[in-house]
Ligand binder design. Structure first.
Ligand code: AMP
Length: 314
């Protein structure tokens, strides 16, 4: 039996299904999580299906979480979407159920769960959920199609990143057949608030770029306060340096309230996830995240990024 049918068999066997995803969710985390929930609710109305995790205010327009009690986990099937490692799973109760399934498109650095489906050839976890529906011949609802579409747009940078494949286009083409407000969804995902536009101006103004295209910018707590933006809202400007022709890879160092730095790493061609892994992080070859615990470590990370850019020159 292929993995999608193995997952479906498990789903059929449980009355309660609780779906998790990663901390600090992005549209793909929510799209895959709540898209799967909508798909399953459509086909199994008799089951209790819940999406759990922190309700990220900047993405409340896309999806809302459900209240989940500890007792709900008793005898439940738990599915974790879009999360490579257990430390990143939002809501630590993920291991309180009866059976655990991992569905993810990141490199399988930490194998967890009783059943694992990872596919690094998928642009997004949302693409995997759409594929799951296709393979198991479960028709999507309009709501599920919209959420999965949003997730794919989010993780492919609207079909910009090389993770976008012919299959991605085939799948989004089929999602587009459903009845949802395509124009308002895609417009919403391309819109930023005025304060984010101003922060983007700050990023362009203060970006340091070396001769090989390694770039960095630091967003201190002071700057976040000045522009009135939260750490979560900085997601909107992570791609901005990539629009500059002389930039090949970059790090955005966001100071957290506890003084450490969340480092958002991106690259056009050369993998930077090794740098992320060496600094308490991980992720995709071209889109990863790290944590730095001092200004010295920030310097070290930038040094390593410069090294990646330098050794890949010519
Ligand atoms: P972000 O910059 O938060 O959008 O993250 C980019 C990618 O790196 C996403 O695929 C994340 O799942 C992954 N990532 C970010 N932070 C971490 C971390 N601390 N550990 C592992 N993966 C991470």
């Amino acid at each position: 039996m292929d993995i999608c049918h193995q997952i479906l068999e498990k789903i059929k066997r449980y009355d309660t299904i609780i779906i998790h995803r990663h901390l600090k969710p992005d549209p793909d985390a929510l799209g895959s999580q709540v898209g799967l929930k909508a798909l399953l609710e459509h086909h199994f109305p008799e089951k209790t299906i819940k999406a759990v995790g922190f309700d990220e205010p900047t993405l409340a327009w896309l999806a809302k979480m459900d209240p989940v009690q500890d007792s709900d986990y008793q005898g439940a099937l738990v599915i974790v979407c879009d999360t490579a490692n257990t430390a990143r799973i939002d809501d630590k109760r993920y291991n309180q159920g009866d059976f655990l399934i991992k569905i993810d498109h990141h490199p399988n650095d930490e194998v967890y769960g009783d059943l694992v489906w990872t596919d690094t050839n998928s642009s997004s976890a949302s693409e995997m959920i759409a594929l799951f529906a296709e393979k198991t011949q479960l028709a999507l609802s309009d709501q599920a199609a919209e959420l999965l579409f949003a997730g794919i747009i989010g993780d492919t940078g609207r079909f910009l990143y090389p993770s976008t494949t012919a299959r991605t286009f085939r799948i989004v083409s089929s999602l587009r057949e459903y009845n949802f407000d395509f124009a308002s969804l895609t417009r919403k995902m391309d819109t930023m608030s005025f304060k984010i536009a101003k922060l983007q101006g700050y990023v362009y103004d203060h970006l340091e770029v070396d001769e090989n295209g390694a770039a960095r910018v630091l967003l201190s707590q002071e700057i976040l306060k000045k522009y009135d933006v939260t750490d979560a809202e900085t997601a909107a400007i992570v791609g901005a340096p990539g629009r500059i022709d002389s930039v090949s890879l970059w790090g955005i160092f966001v100071e957290q309230t506890d003084g450490h730095y969340r480092v958002r790493l991106r690259s056009k061609i050369h993998p930077i996830n090794q740098v992320a892994k060496e600094h308490d992080g991980g992720g995709h070859p071209l889109a990863s995240g790290a944590n730095s615990y001092s200004l010295e470590e920030n310097e070290q990370i930038y040094k390593e990024l410069k090294e990646v850019a330098r050794t890949n020159q010519g």
